[in-house]
Design a protein around this ligand. Structure first.
Ligand code: 9D3
Length: 249
């Protein structure tokens, strides 16, 4: 049994932004290979009036505008026609569950997903309550709309599709999976601005190189992201590498 093609939909006032996902890099190649497809729906096409109005002033007052529930529901109905009636609906909102590797692994198991990207101050809560399965935030910072967050989430899912990374890569080796950051990388020249590549990497001793890389990864995780380090997951060898901490390398 081969993995089913993923069908993704996006509801957005700026559908052209998603060209960067279909057109470039790993996600673009996976798209060309037919691993995933994207259907775009613009709420503007489902406005009540001839001007394409999709927003209105917030009840209770205050700044900004709110995307109307009825417009969003008509756009969602149209997207379901394209993506499939059973698609789960993901809205990108600053109030959502913070995105993570584990949420990516949950979502990639869905064959069909519709991503709703808001603009202005947000989307009418009645649409979110009635029609959205999960709200996702990409972190505790503010961006100008849901499009870039939707593309971040979609990129993370597409990388997990079998075949998307080609032969060189494995999604299992990526950081956050095993709770350890990457080790430092070097390429030619051997000396750059007076800084030499660590000698062990030129030694040809593959055992020593593996131990050095693992030690660097563990130390950098402890140093920069101690919240990630999963102590129970460490081997005896890992514990020894960490205890041999030296300031000079
Ligand atoms: C004054 C309250 N602001 C909420 C934090 C208003 C507001 C700012 C920015 C409302 C919406 C937005 C647009 N951002 C998103 O739609 C968004 C987002 C984000 O800003 N940060 C992290 N994840 C996400 S997902 C969607």
């Amino acid at each position: 049994m081969t993995e089913a093609r993923r069908r993704y939909g996006a509801i957005t006032l700026f559908p052209e932004m998603f060209d960067s996902l279909t057109g470039w890099g790993i996600t673009g190649r996976a798209h060309d290979q037919g691993l995933w497809g994207l259907s775009l729906t613009n709420p503007r096409d489902f406005a009540d009036d001839r001007h394409g109005t999709v927003d209105d002033r917030p009840y209770g007052g205050g700044p900004g505008m709110v995307m109307q529930a009825a417009v969003m529901d008509r756009a969602l109905e149209a997207s379901r026609q394209l993506v499939g009636a059973s698609a789960k609906v993901v809205a990108l909102t600053p109030q959502g569950r913070v995105f993570s590797d584990s949420l990516a692994r949950e979502l990639v198991s869905e064959t069909a997903l519709i991503f709703v990207a808001g603009r202005y101050e947000g989307i009418d809560e009645r649409f979110l309550e009635a029609s959205v399965d999960v709200e996702i935030s990409v972190g505790d910072f503010v961006v100008s709309g849901g499009e870039l967050p939707a593309m971040v989430v979609m990129d993370a899912l597409i990388r997990l599709l079998p075949g998307a990374l080609g032969h060189g890569g494995s999604a299992e080796e990526d950081s956050f999976v095993n709770g350890v950051l990457d080790w430092p990388h070097y390429t030619r020249p051997e000396t750059y601005r007076g800084v030499e590549v660590p000698a062990v990497l030129l030694s040809g001793d593959h055992g020593a190189i593996s131990r050095w890389r693992r030690a660097q990864a563990l130390r950098r995780t402890l140093d920069r992201r101690p919240d990630l380090l999963c102590w129970q997951g460490l081997s005896e060898e890992d514990r020894r590498l960490l205890s041999e901490w030296k300031l000079d390398d």
